[in-house]
Design a protein around this ligand. Sequence first.
Ligand code: PLP
Length: 209
Amino acid sequence: MKENILKIRKQINENTKLVVVTKNQSISNIKKIYSYGERDFGENRVQELIQKQQVLPSNINWHLIGRLQSNKVKLIAPFIHLIQSVDSIKLLEKINKYANLNNRNIDCLIQIKISSDTAKSGFSIEDALDFFNSNFENHFPHIKIRGIMCIGTLTKDFETTKREFMDMKNLLKKTNLKNPILSMGMSNDYILACQLGSNMIRIGSLIFK
Ligand SMILES: *Cc1c(COP(=O)(O)O)cnc(C)c1O
């Protein structure tokens, strides 16, 4: 696992954040990754995230990268570092409410549905543009929108992925966010994602293989 991380880090810019996706991994595996100095871990299920958070060191930055149901926001609101998978305004309202109740501001990314895979969730590019042109900062004072996240289409067709990632980069420019996060790239496409402007990659299988 250590060699895999070193290899990935060598391929990416030092300003690119590596989020180690620990879903389905055992506590002992995660402890090993922690001992190598990694501090940003991503989980896609709330229940699993909470179970791990409770037994692992408190200085881990936990990222939620999977679909979040409104009724589970309160479970992660006290500690979550970055919610990457915001897919609706309704969810933002819930996050804002529980951030306030916990006396904190919660960092979020807007998930963009770029894939032609209809099962994927997220804002369409048009809805995201409407959102970023709205008065969201006043509307959600306890949320800090840091950028956008996407899951590329699982395909060997390089051109499709390239087009999707370029669309993301163009969208990011139009958001006018300061120092925005572009969370883009997984085990099979992170090199391309980084070439096309990603500054946060989420890697699971390539690290734990
Ligand atoms: C599982 C997952 C990843 C990591 O995928 P790998 O292909 O294992 O690197 C990244 N992002 C999301 C949203 C995921 O669910």
